[in-house]
Write a protein that binds this ligand. Structure first.
Ligand SMILES: [Zn+2]
Length: 324
């Protein structure tokens, strides 16, 4: 029997909250990060630099830079995946352009992929530039192989497949060149993963004043623990341990490129505090958790500071797990 597939939701018809952020200058972010990151990594460089051309290898992004209309966006929620999936929660990257008003709009981020196109639930690595109606789509998806239920499978999305599902976290901007934050951390000696260490350093300095960063992280010289979601669970997932049984975890080899955002404090919007998805040229990727070879690991991040935070389709009921 043919399955009836849902249409894409019109994002402008959904609840949208916009928050203007303080957006501290890069020099203040550098001051906040240096001492804290040095507690967690042996070698740390944090500086403001002109953004390298991110369309080039190893980044291969859809736009050159991270400047202009800098915004972090949280769409949907794990509440739409757990305990059981809401298949109506299907969104389109094209709507992000209308929601932000940015033209061109460049979006990078992490979410759930367009399952009606892929055939099963999947991890989404969003990497799209839209100017006027021209779409440059270099997004990736990772899913768990249907036959073996063990291996992960990578697919590039076609240019016109700009949908995603359920939940996603994006950094958006015009994609212009400009000054950005460059963070290099090598050899981890502390307990925190890279993204958490950056977020906690910002929270320590800026308190309840939210600072949002987003962009790209290159990970080299080690292996990384990630998960890839299996197809939607037919039985309800009600606890963290049930969730972790349903997710498929992998240790993947570097080099890996991560796209996503982090926000240091939640102004009562049920935000996901951090979310990066990884892709590579060797077929491996997924949702970033932590590095597993701390002695050799190297992170090189290019991130920019958001001036605006946008929350789209916040659920009425927050969920107490599933945001790691
Ligand atoms: Zn994820």
């Amino acid at each position: 029997m043919a399955e009836c597939l849902p249409g894409t939701l019109d994002m402008n018809g959904l609840p949208i909250t916009r928050v203007q952020l303080t957006a501290p200058p890069l020099s203040r972010i550098v001051e906040a990060l240096l001492p804290e990151l040095s507690n967690n990594f042996e070698t740390v460089i944090v500086e403001a630099v002109p953004c390298p051309d991110l369309t080039q290898s190893p980044f291969n992004l859809a736009a050159e830079g991270l400047s202009g209309d800098e915004t972090v966006i949280d769409v949907g929620s794990p509440s739409y995946l757990l305990p059981l999936v809401d298949r109506n929660k299907l969104y389109d990257m094209g709507d992000l352009k209308r929601v932000t008003g940015s033209d061109p709009m460049f979006a990078v981020g992490a979410g759930a992929g367009p399952w009606p196109h892929i055939g099963v639930n999947c991890e989404f690595v969003g990497n799209v530039q839209i100017s006027c109606n021209h779409v440059n789509n270099s997004s990736h998806v990772y899913r768990v192989d249907r036959q073996t239920t063990e291996d992960q499978v990578h697919e590039n999305l076609p240019r016109n497949e700009t949908r995603f599902a359920l939940l996603a976290n994006f950094y958006t901007c015009n994609g212009f060149g400009g000054e950005v934050l460059r963070i290099v951390c090598e050899s981890r000696k502390g307990p925190l993963d890279f993204v958490t260490s950056v977020r906690q350093a910002l929270a320590k300095r800026f308190g309840t004043d939210p600072v949002g960063l987003g962009g790209v992280i290159l990970i080299e010289n080690g292996t990384v623990n990630v998960h890839v979601m299996r197809d939607f669970s037919k039985t309800p997932i009600n606890t963290e341990s049930e969730l972790n049984k349903w997710l498929k975890f992998y240790n993947v080899t570097t080099p890996l490129v991560g796209l996503g955002y982090l926000v240091s404090s939640d102004p009562n919007l049920d935000l996901r505090p951090q979310h990066f998805h990884l892709f590579s040229q060797h077929g491996l990727g997924g949702h970033y958790h932590y590095d597993t070879e701390p002695a050799t690991i190297k992170y090189t991040a290019y991130l920019n500071v958001a001036k605006t935070l946008i929350r789209v389709d916040q659920p009425e009921q927050a969920i107490s797990f599933g945001k790691d």
